[in-house]
Design a protein around this ligand. Structure first.
Ligand code: PMP
Ligand code: GLN
Length: 388
């Protein structure tokens, strides 16, 4: 057996969702919305299934979707892209895997910013790479140029950037992105930019794709996901976007991960990307309202909630909420005693993880939010009683 997997825990998302199902708990853990997907895109998928698009797609994706992805980024961010810049993958998870396998050879180092999405570390290690953690610190979670610079060694090949950032909900600003760009340029690094949350912006901000920074297009491999853009996380249609020479290599890795993704869903996503620009603003508004509703409820229940500008998530500071339990212990109390699943943050860092933060998904209908807040209010009561 491979010791990498023998010593690994089950993903925190799976652990908490299984616990929620087993207990019949409200699931504010794993990030998925329970409302808000455009019905038109479901109809397009149903029509594509019934209309016969059910055999292998070309490995790099249906031409119609590769063109739609390139057009989408041309329209939204003025990027000069063609279908040759795009490879369709089975979710951003597979895009990340292909990008990492394509760029990291045994012994190469990759810098990640913790708390980091849980797929990065095992994928880098499976490629034979060495992980260098750069710890962002709450509550600001800022990237500093000095810190990235200090994480670079002669073996560094890749910086894995995630913007907007899961689990913190931060949208990194121009100064921070320029700091990453400067270090990448100085040391000739590839930047794998996980931008799955690019459209889930909650306060009217603008998103800057990393590849649009001066000199960065040639060294950036972007990972995107239709699951986030259309609130359809189970569809697992994602993509890589990079200069053709880089995409060619990542597409070779993708050939032997999944080869190709569901053609009917690709047809529907292509249509969504073509017709769906008008869905984005109302979607952001609904998620921002949901965030505000959950935040107000949590604060009324005595919780200290960290700010969130993007993604489906905000974090609660247990210590500042008067709770002495650590994040994993609180998550157990919440799901087992109070009937609400949350995500502890410590699994997202190996070195010096924060132990006082849990992540909540607010992309829920009002009724789910209200029931979740009520359950979290009970969880606080249990936690206070238990830690007294
Ligand atoms: N990266 C980040 C930062 C994510 O939050 C997620 C999922 N929420 C993914 C990658 C994976 O995306 P997908 O579901 O499309 O595989
Ligand atoms: N990205 C989702 C989250 O952050 C979970 C994806 C998964 O379950 N692998 O909650």
């Amino acid at each position: 057996m491979n010791p990498l997997y023998e010593s690994m825990m089950t993903s925190v998302f799976e652990r908490m969702s299984l616990a929620a199902t087993a207990r019949g708990a409200i699931n504010l853990g794993q990030g998925f919305p329970d409302f808000g997907w455009p019905p038109e895109i479901l109809e397009a998928a149903a029509a594509a299934v019934l209309g016969g698009s059910n055999q292998y797609a070309p490995s790099r994706g249906l031409p119609v979707l590769r063109a739609a992805v390139a057009d989408h980024y041309r329209r939204h961010f003025a990027q000069a892209l063609t279908p040759d810049h795009v490879c369709v993958t089975s979710g951003a998870t597979e895009a990340l895997a292909a990008a990492i396998l394509a760029t990291i050879s045994p012994g190469d180092e990759a810098i990640i910013m913790t708390p980091a999405y849980d797929a990065y570390v095992p994928l880098i290690r499976r490629a034979g790479g060495v992980v260098r953690e750069l710890a962002l610190k709450p509550p600001e979670w800022r990237i500093s140029r000095a810190a990235i610079q200090a994480a670079v060694s002669p073996r560094t090949r890749v910086i894995l950037l995630n913007n907007p950032h899961n689990p913190t909900g931060r949208l990194f600003d121009r100064v921070e992105l320029e700091a990453v760009a400067a270090v990448a340029a100085t040391h000739n690094l590839i930047v794998i930019s996980d931008e799955v949350w690019e459209h889930i912006l909650l306060d009217g901000q603008a998103f800057t794709p990393f590849a649009t920074l001066p000199g960065m297009a040639e060294r950036t491999i972007k990972c995107g996901s239709a699951g986030k853009i259309f609130s359809l996380t189970g569809w697992k249609i994602g993509w890589l976007v990079a200069p053709p020479a880089l995409v060619d290599i990542a597409a070779r890795a993708h050939q032997f991960l999944t080869f190709a993704s569901a053609p009917n869903l690709q047809v529907a996503v292509a249509q969504g990307l073509k017709d769906g620009d008008a869905w984005l603003a109302p979607m952001r508004l609904r998620f921002a309202r949901a965030r505000d509703r959950m935040r107000a409820g949590l604060e009324a229940a005595g919780y200290a909630v960290l700010p969130s500008a993007a993604t489906y998530f905000h974090c609660v500071d247990l210590a500042a909420s008067g709770i002495a339990l650590d994040d994993e212990a609180f998550a157990v109390v919440a799901v087992e005693q109070a009937g609400v699943a949350v995500i502890p943050l410590s699994p997202f860092s190996e070195l010096d993880p924060p132990l006082h933060l849990v992540r909540l998904c607010f992309a829920k209908q009002d009724a789910t939010i209200d029931a979740g807040v009520a359950a979290l209010s009970c969880a606080r009561g249990f936690a206070l009683a238990g830690s007294r």
